[in-house]
Design a protein around this ligand. Structure first.
Ligand code: ZN
Length: 134
């Protein structure tokens, strides 16, 4: 079952350049910066109430975020839903005919498990499920 929107992912060329906007203009606090090697991405999380804004910067040219930036430029990359059971959520999506990017969860930022649905199956919005490990 989905519990809430966990975070909104925003692709940027440079976290260092973008953080000024989130900190100085919006007044959000940077909680943590973390590199997720498996996704070839550097992430920065800003908290806003129950929700986080996740900035995503590619760590090299073969990163999926580098591909996104080349194709679409900077902007909203994905919406992440927190679920109490990521395997159930994936099964429900699969059995409904959705194309999955991850058949099984992969390690994400913050020690979470994450899995993505293909945006072609979710009306143009790259959709992430995330769950605490365990
Ligand atoms: Zn995310």
């Amino acid at each position: 079952m989905l519990e809430k929107i966990d975070h909104i992912g925003i692709a940027v060329k440079s976290i260092e350049a973008a953080r000024t906007f989130y900190e100085d203009v919006l007044g959000l606090t940077l909680e943590k910066v973390e590199t997720v090697k498996s996704q070839k991405v550097k992430t920065a999380f800003f908290r806003l109430g129950e929700l986080h804004i996740e900035l995503l910067e590619p760590t090299d040219d073969s990163s999926p975020i580098a591909g996104f930036l080349a194709k679409k430029g900077e902007g909203i990359h994905h919406i992440a839903y927190k679920t109490d059971n990521i395997a159930d959520q994936l099964e429900k999506a699969r059995s409904s005919g959705c194309k999955l990017i991850h058949e099984t969860p992969v390690p994400g930022a913050g020690g979470k498990e994450v899995a993505f649905l293909h945006p072609k199956s979710s009306f143009g919005v790259l959709t992430e499920f995330c769950a605490k490990k365990g």
